[in-house]
Design a binder for this molecule. Structure first.
Ligand SMILES: *Cc1c(COP(=O)(O)O)cnc(C)c1O
Length: 361
């Protein structure tokens, strides 16, 4: 029998969440962001599930984009970091990949190639995130160089605090100042922007985490409150039960000590499966549909859960949900001091994945 851990990807939830993005950003076209293997959900299955709805797919990894093209995908593909070297350019041309251009060398590589006039580029503007993008002068230069080649462009920027207290107005002001008098289409909003500032997403919005059922601002609004459904559910089973006397500890570092007699379930899931090692005692876990808590230190292949207050019959082979249906990944992430994005992306290749909610045949 295989180890009882598995991840279930609910494609109907993915399509539902996409429709939530549509509902908010009614006037915009939507790039479904599928970088990092669709945030750990599997690139091919995610693209297949959204192909009929998304206006295009945005990712980072060149080899994965080429694989999508080779599998027959004709939808627009946006490469969020563009080219890394001049040798990438012919591949972008051959596979019709739309590059983000964020620094002048990238532009020089395109201009030195036979870049086709009908393949647009995304010009990235730095409006305060201060990671990637042109300033006002760089933008003007880039635009005039592209215009000479009759290559179209879309003006893009990324918000640093769309999910936080600073919001987006300060960056929008800079964006407007930098692009005054320009008539190109724009691309601005990620999930947080789509949900909080739907009027400011630009012509092409870029939803990521919301498609996978994560809240971009879990401290203030849960995914459920945003009408987002979990797509990934990580499940395993109890493989042993321990009875601890008061004063006994459990796991590496003796990081948890029982203060009374306790029943503890040992679950076949650890950090080598993608569960965060830094999740502390108290992190929520579902056992047989009931909420309980993690105890002690997460190890490579196992973690421990409190069964003391659960019915006696729940023991070996009891079903455990680490996150997903019934337990929002955001809750686990918050307990572990991280974000759902990181949990999803960290799902290990050793965890078998199955799908539900595919199109009826
Ligand atoms: C990852 C990414 C997104 C998606 O962000 P979410 O917060 O997951 O919605 C949008 N735009 C860019 C440029 C990105 O890199």
């Amino acid at each position: 029998m295989p180890r009882p851990i598995r991840a279930i990807i609910d494609l109907s939830a993915l399509r539902h969440n996409f429709s939530v993005a549509r509902r908010h950003a009614t006037a915009a076209r939507l790039w479904a962001v599928v970088k990092a293997d669709a945030y750990g959900h599997g690139l091919e299955r995610t693209v297949a599930a959204l192909q009929a709805r998304a206006d295009g797919f945005a990712l980072i990894e060149l080899e994965r984009a080429i694989a999508l093209r080779e599998a027959g995908l004709t939808k627009p593909l946006l490469m969020l970091e563009g080219c890394y070297a001049t040798s990438d350019v012919p591949l972008f041309i051959r596979h019709r990949l739309i590059p983000v251009v964020h620094r002048s060398e990238q532009l020089d590589w395109l201009l030195a190639s036979n870049w086709p006039a009908d393949l647009p580029v995304y010009l990235k503007l730095n409006t305060g995130m201060n990671r990637l993008g042109f300033d006002a002068a760089g933008l003007t230069n880039a635009k005039s160089a592209l215009a000479k080649r009759h290559v179209g462009s879309v003006l893009m920027s990324h918000f640093a605090d769309a999910d936080g207290p600073r919001g987006i107005d300060w960056q929008l002001e800079r964006f407007r100042a930098m692009t005054a008098g320009m008539s190109e289409a724009t691309s601005l909003g990620n999930s947080a922007t789509i949900l909080r500032y739907p009027e400011s997403v630009g012509d092409w919005a870029r939803p990521g985490i919301m498609l996978y059922g994560g809240s971009p601002f879990p401290q203030t609004k849960s995914a459920a409150e945003l009408d987002l459904r979990p797509v990934m559910t990580l499940q395993s089973e109890i493989v042993a039960v321990q009875h601890l006397a008061a004063g006994e500890c459990i796991g590496y570092g003796c990081a948890f000590t029982a203060d009374r007699p306790m029943r503890v379930g040992i679950v076949a899931c650890g950090y080598a499966d993608g569960y965060p090692r830094h999740a502390p005692t108290g992190t929520p876990v579902l056992v047989a549909g009931m909420r309980t808590r993690l105890l002690g230190r997460v190890s490579m292949d196992k973690l421990c859960v409190d069964l003391t207050d659960l019915p006696e019959k729940i023991g070996v082979a009891g079903k455990v949900t680490l996150w997903g249906e019934g337990l929002a990944a955001d809750e686990v992430a918050m307990a572990a001091g991280t974000i759902s994005y990181e949990l999803f992306c960290a799902l290990s290749p050793r965890v078998p994945v199955s799908e539900v909610g595919g199109w009826p045949k």
